[in-house]
Design a protein around this ligand. Structure first.
Ligand code: 8DG
Ligand code: MN
Ligand code: MN
Length: 371
């Protein structure tokens, strides 16, 4: 209201790694709108604008309540003129016309549909769109289109894979992986990572980190797990990438988001996943199983803390950890190492807390990393 004294807002950092962001998002109406804009810019390869909207959404996600007027966001970082005008529309009309225009755009709709298939990235989607294809049946009946194995699997299990994975299903998969790794090596170390480690109720996949205390022994771990899952008859798809990580070449490593550890992107057959309350889809009740995406990464034990921190996410949290290290500490952080450019040395860490300490950051619990 007119003349109201502005409420003092505790300073919110521009870095997600200096904010605590639980899974509770009071400003979904705004962050959903920003995500549409970010996706639209991403599909048009406007990286800067895409990132700007992702950053803005991330800032709103850490707020302890609903934004009711533009005054509520005064002083917050990462909210520019464009984001504010979108918020103003939503505050005034309950919706944003710019977002609605994107949502009804044929190109956006088609690219979103195509990239929702496992194995189809923005480039392939764009190529199909330019060829005049608009639907799955267009793609599947077009004789000139060759689908790779990943895309064939994506179409085959489309319904299952696009349905969210529940916490109960993640737990059931955890038990399956746990049994497999410990049958292979009793001293195996298994950790849940990704969104479920951050306390999310649903996810698009389930992410795990597996390793063993014996250095070098982890090299055969994923192939052995994959063999077991195959023998158990639950392996529907497997894309295994062997490690290209070489510690002796560390100083020349490029610092980037992708890591060099052994990993595999799987689709597993999960039996009897009953949702409490019995809200199973008819198809699942009929079959008694569903297909689920599972990611496994297997770093050597001395890289455990960095890998765990890197694979826990969220993506925005990871991005800002790296940005903070670089611009505020003259350090380089990635999934393998933390390097201090001033001291010219690699910093050792056995826990995530060690890494936060090196960076001079307060420890942020996994469930506070939903930036
Ligand atoms: P969701 O599955 O519930 O949708 O969310 P999520 O668990 O946060 O996302 P994710 O796509 O499964 O990624 C989890 C973390 O793993 C994320 O912080 C990024 C990180 N990650 C890497 N390397 C790779 C990689 O090569 N592929 C993928 N997909 N994720 C990677 O550090
Ligand atoms: Mn995940
Ligand atoms: Mn994943």
């Amino acid at each position: 209201p007119e003349g109201a004294t502005p409420t003092p807002v505790a300073t919110v950092s521009q870095y997600a790694c200096q904010r605590r962001t639980s899974t509770e998002n009071y400003n979904k109406i705004f962050t959903d709108a920003f995500e549409v804009l970010a996706e639209s810019y991403e599909l048009s390869e406007f990286e800067g604008q895409c990132l700007a909207f992702r950053k803005a959404a991330s800032v709103l996600k850490c707020l302890p309540g609903v934004v009711r007027c533009l005054g509520d966001i005064r002083g917050l970082p990462c909210l520019g003129e464009h984001t504010k005008s979108i918020m103003e529309d939503i505050l005034q009309c309950g919706r944003s016309f710019e977002v609605e225009k994107i949502l009804s755009d044929e190109r956006y709709q088609t690219l979103k549909l195509f990239t929702s298939v496992f194995g189809v990235g923005p480039k392939t989607a764009e190529k199909w769109y330019r060829a005049g294809l608009r639907s799955f049946s267009d793609i599947l009946t077009e004789p000139s289109i060759h689908l790779n194995r990943m895309q064939q699997t994506g179409f085959l299990h489309y319904k299952d894979i696009s349905r969210a994975v529940s916490k109960a299903e993640a737990r059931a998969l955890g038990n399956i992986i746990d049994e497999a790794v410990h049958a292979i090596t009793p001293d195996a170390v298994l950790a849940l990572t990704g969104g479920f480690r951050r306390g999310k109720e649903f996810g698009h996949d389930v992410d795990f980190l597996v390793t063993t205390p014996e250095l070098g022994r982890e090299k055969s771990l994923l192939p052995d797990i994959i063999d077991r899952l195959k023998q158990d008859g639950i392996l529907l798809y497997c894309d295994y990438q062997a490690s290209t990580f070489d510690i002796s070449k560390l100083p020349s490593l490029r610092f980037e988001a992708m890591d060099l550890f052994a990993k595999c992107f799987l689709i597993l057959r999960l039996k009897g996943s009953k949702v409490e309350g019995g809200l199973n889809s008819a198809a699942e009740d009929h079959r008694g199983w569903r297909a689920v995406r599972v990611d496994l990464v297997s770093p050597p034990m001395d890289r455990y803390a960095y890998a765990l921190l890197g694979w826990t996410g969220s993506r925005q949290f990871e991005r800002d950890l790296r940005r903070f290290a670089r611009f505020e500490r003259q350090m380089r952080l990635d999934n393998h190492i933390l390097y201090d450019k001033t001291k010219n040395e690699f910093l050792a860490a056995t826990t995530e807390k060690d890494i936060f300490d090196h960076l001079g950051l307060e420890y942020i619990e996994p469930w506070q990393r939903n930036a």
